[in-house]
Design a binder for this molecule. Structure first.
Ligand code: F6R
Length: 218
């Protein structure tokens, strides 16, 4: 789906996610790019989120993650890569700047998402406001617990992040959410529970072009 999007519109604007889930997808895109099956030279990207307080060269930052797992292996123009600046002096200004960059790029054509065990998308935690734009958020204890695997100590996990809002995500023309077998419980809830701010991903039921790919496992 991602390669098709880029092949049909070479200057596509992609929304991208970090975390374990899209790693296989990124590996495949790298392979396809090396084989000449997809060309990123005109693609513009916007990542969903970044931890507050981490600079781009911090190995735990999402900027570092994206460079390591995707951007340094494909022919994307580095000037077209956008990730919220977690080291910004003024987070409010940074979030407004980010929203404007997305608008100036013409909006997001295809947004890739993962899902948290608690139903978050981006870092929009339960009790989210559906029309929110990019902003600073407090991470929940559950998310800090889920993400501590990437850090030496739980105390090192940042407590705050900058994230696109649900409003930003829902404005994407196409959405693709990936979930592996570890997300069975939350995917089941997504199928059966009503749309509510307690389950942020539930709003995707109202998106006109959203695909959820759930790998059940064995
Ligand atoms: C990452 C993001 C998060 C993750 C979610 C799932 O940029 O916004 O919403 O997609 O926490 O993470 P994994 O894939 O590590 O289970």
């Amino acid at each position: 789906m991602i390669a098709k999007q880029i092949n049909e519109k070479p200057a596509s604007v992609l929304g991208l996610a970090t975390g374990s889930t899209p790693l296989g997808t990124y590996g495949k895109l790298v392979e396809m790019n090396k084989a000449g099956a997809v060309d990123f030279s005109h693609v513009v990207s916007f990542n969903l989120d970044e931890y507050c307080g981490l600079s781009r060269d911090n190995p735990q930052s999402y900027h570092y993650f994206m460079m390591k797992n995707l951007f340094s292996h494909i022919n994307i123009d580095k000037r077209n890569i956008n990730i919220p600046n977690g080291a910004a002096k003024n987070f409010d200004k940074e979030c407004k700047r980010y929203e404007k960059l997305i608008a100036d790029a013409g909006g997001i054509d295809l947004q890739l998402l993962g899902i948290g065990r608690n139903g978050h998308i981006g870092f929009n935690e339960p009790d989210t406001v559906f029309h929110n734009k990019t902003r600073k958020v407090e991470l929940t204890a559950d998310t800090i617990d889920a993400n501590k695997r990437f850090f030496e100590r739980e105390a090192d996990v940042p407590r705050q992040a900058l994230t696109m809002g649900i409003g930003t995500i829902m404005a994407a023309r196409k959405i693709m959410l990936l979930a592996g077998p570890d997300k069975r419980e939350i995917i089941d809830k997504l199928k059966t529970e009503v749309v509510s701010p307690q389950l942020p991903a539930s709003i995707l039921h109202y998106h006109p072009d959203c695909t959820i790919i759930f790998a059940k496992g064995k």
